[in-house]
Design a protein around this ligand. Sequence first.
Ligand SMILES: [Fe+2]
Length: 132
Amino acid sequence: MALFRWREGMRVGVSRIDADHQHLIVLLNRLHYLSLAGADAVARATVIDSLVACAEAHLQVEQAMMAKSGAIGLDRQRRAHQAFFERLVHYRTRHRERPERFDVGAFYDFIADWLLMHVMRDHTKLKAHFTA
Ligand SMILES: [Fe+2]
């Protein structure tokens, strides 16, 4: 599991969006370090809750920006966001129910893979709308 690092090529050019993406990466890596340090489930839960809250707010902001800019594909994007968010909440539930069996590495990879695709694919398509 390689640490996910912010790169300039990921910059969308909308300060709120870029700040959210960077914050998600910070939270994800914090979870990794907590795991390495052998932190307890309460400490991990705090970070996972923050990840869920940050992701939820981010997706809502993006959908509002898409709607406002008239970007095509809003319904498809909403469905994709919903599917991601449901998996994210499912991970949180699993952690709450059985933290001792929670696979931090799988969770990390899930978020990192999504974030990379989200930024490089979704935002590449939306960049023109968001920065117009
Ligand atoms: Fe985004």
